[in-house]
Design a binder for this molecule. Structure first.
Ligand SMILES: [Zn+2]
Length: 258
């Protein structure tokens, strides 16, 4: 079993399955993707901030059944769209002029310079980032996301290793990714994955997520024994868990954009 931290509040049916590549389907403006999954047992709708609605379908589902499912859920879809619009208004979509990592108290000013060649580039020092890129905002987002991943490896990997030593566990591997729907996960093989966007949230939340995923190395479920283990290392886990679930608004749009 895997642990999931969902990004959006209204989605009780939100479940996270990320095998297979999404298949885009045009849906007048808002992007909707249909993704076939081996693990899905039923059709699932989920929001992927900032602009995507995803329908996860069990392998072999007929297109007609998918269409009916979308039609049957049009109210939920409308509601989801207006939530996403409210969460990600146009101002949040502009390229950033500064970046703040609340997790580690680091700050960068971001400057943009006209691109001299065809290739876009990002250069960073300890306090400034200079981006040389075309006008395409997705290109800027992509550069920043690669930079974010590198920063997360620098800051978060040693941190989770320290927490693992404190708890007395050893993950098989730790990988850093930029995900839009969860903060972290732990596989049955002991591979822990952490979201680079944890850098945008408060340090106590980062530590809690680490404790949570690392405790899954001992209990691969959300049983009482699991929560007992979490409580031993973080007595305040309930409120931290709630705060972390509510923290997606701290993640800038460029870190979510694809
Ligand atoms: Zn979990």
């Amino acid at each position: 079993m895997r642990c999931t931290r969902d990004g959006v509040r209204v989605t009780e049916q939100l479940r996270l399955l990320d095998d297979d590549r999404p298949k885009p389907v045009s849906d007048g403006g808002f992007e909707m993707v249909i993704r076939e999954s081996r693990r899905a047992k039923s059709l699932i709708l989920q929001m992927i901030p900032p602009y995507t609605l995803e329908v996860v379908v069990p392998r072999g589902t007929r297109p007609r059944a998918v269409k009916k499912f979308i039609d049957d859920n049009h109210r939920w879809i409308e509601k989801a769209r207006s939530e996403l619009r409210a969460l990600y208004p146009a101002e949040r979509i502009a390229p950033p002029t500064e970046i703040e990592f609340a997790a580690v108290g680091a700050h960068w000013d971001v400057r943009y310079v006209a691109s001299a060649g065809r290739k876009s580039r990002l250069r960073s020092t300890s306090h400034t980032i200079e981006i040389e890129a075309a006008t395409d905002s997705r290109e800027v987002s992509e550069l920043l996301r690669q930079w974010l991943l590198a920063q997360a490896r620098i800051y978060l990997k040693p941190w989770i290793s320290r927490e693992a030593r404190g708890i007395g566990v050893k993950p098989n591997s730790v990988s850093v990714r930029t995900q839009r729907t969860r903060w972290g996960s732990c596989s049955p093989r002991g591979n822990v994955s952490i979201n680079a966007s944890l850098l945008f949230v408060e340090p106590d939340l980062v530590r809690y997520l680490f404790v949570h995923e690392l405790c899954h190395l001992q209990h691969l479920d959300h049983s009482r024994r699991f929560w007992h283990a979490v409580a031993r290392h973080e007595p305040n886990f309930k409120s931290l868990d709630r705060r972390l679930t509510d923290s997606w608004s701290a993640v800038p749009v460029w870190a979510l954009q694809r």
